[in-house]
Write a new protein. Structure first.
Length: 325
């Protein structure tokens, strides 16, 4: 469904020193440097997948999304999305895709939301019946019926994001590109947006590419992740595989009746310790969590404990370190 092959993209950036003199000098003698935003980027995505496209700041995520949505033209490389090349067949391509840039609005700022929706109906030439059905469905599932007549600039970030998502889906796209869709949202709105994305993927089989720095978005939505760093694809695989690869440690938090004795269990490292609480990192190659628990229960009274796997954020930090990005 989506085939990207050897995309390369560079940007020419003007370079000058600070100060008025340098500004004037650069007017007459401009100097440029080249930023390599994408280098040999390739991947394939099948219909119905939700893929998390992740990487640190400046890695090349937005550049990729802009190219595959037809906004930017790469220096070289191929891209085939439902049989079309985005930057060559823009008009037909945009009918197949919905795009949400969390940091930029596709709605008209000063007009009521519903007017923007009607403008999109005309732009995409959405048949009246399809538009009406989608509008009904989207307004009820995204809970935006009460704000349809409000100008976008008067909406909160969460309300605006729900409207953006509705706007991107009015024309029944088969693919949705989401760039930071939950940025700045409160916990309730985040969960609402995530649930909605999950539902349209399940019920309408919409393929989703999601870029985000919020790893709980990735954990909640994506089955597969593609990691990009310094413009290159570094890893492409399932989230479960990735978690298993890094599942070498568990964190054990133990609350107990006041105790001042030293506690040393081989294969564990103390992360924090007070007279009533101990947090240990357990190296699963050396000792089982159950063995640690049974040793602790011999030494401590009234214990209450929790065992946690490594949070996804830590795994991603570890990955960034491993790839030096
Ligand atoms: N219009 C532009 N002009 C010049 N350089 C650009 C332009 N757009 C992107 N870049 C550069 O290309 C590189 C990749 O940027 P991109 O926006 O794709 O990164 P990103 O992974 O989306 O980052 P972030 O997580 O910070 O949004 C960066 O070095 C950036 O400075």
């Amino acid at each position: 469904m989506i085939e990207v092959e050897s995309l390369n993209k560079t940007f020419k950036v003007s370079k000058r020193n600070a100060g008025v003199f340098a500004a004037v000098k650069s007017l007459f003698n401009p100097k440029y440097t080249t930023v390599r935003a994408l280098e040999d980027v390739s991947f394939k995505i099948d219909e119905g997948e939700i893929v998390g496209y992740i990487g640190p700041n400046g890695a090349g995520k937005s550049t990729t999304i802009k190219i595959i949505s037809g906004i930017l033209v790469p220096d070289s490389g191929k891209c085939n999305i439902l049989g079309l090349t985005p930057w060559k067949n823009r008009i037909n391509h945009v009918k197949n895709i919905g795009v949400v840039f969390g940091q930029r609005s596709q709605l008209w700022w000063d007009v009521p939301v519903i007017d923007s929706f009607h403008l999109l109906k005309d732009i995409y030439k959405i048949p009246t019946k399809v538009f009406k059905d989608n509008l009904d469905l989207l307004t009820s599932t995204l809970d935006i019926s009460s704000i349809l007549t409000t100008p976008v600039r008067q909406l909160s970030l969460g309300q605006q994001m729900r409207c953006e998502i509705a706007a991107s889906l009015l024309h029944n796209p088969k693919i949705l590109f989401l760039d930071e869709p939950t940025i700045g949202l409160d916990a309730v709105s985040k969960i609402a947006v995530r649930n909605f994305i999950k539902n349209i993927n399940k019920e309408k089989n919409v393929t989703v590419i999601l870029t985000t720095h919020d790893m709980s978005d990735i954990e909640a939505l994506a089955d597969r992740i593609i990691l990009i760093g310094k413009g290159r694809i570094l890893l492409d695989g399932s989230l479960t595989e990735l978690k298993n690869r890094f599942a070498t440690h568990k964190t054990l938090t133990v609350d107990f009746k006041e105790n001042t004795e030293d506690i040393n269990i081989e294969g564990t490292t103390i992360l924090s310790k007070s007279t009533e609480r101990l947090t240990l990192s357990v190296d699963l190659d050396k000792i089982k969590a159950s063995e640690v628990i049974s040793s602790l229960s011999k030494e401590l009274e009234n214990i209450d404990l929790s065992v946690d796997s490594r949070p996804i954020e830590e795994i991603i930090v570890e990955l960034y370190k491993e790839y030096q990005i």
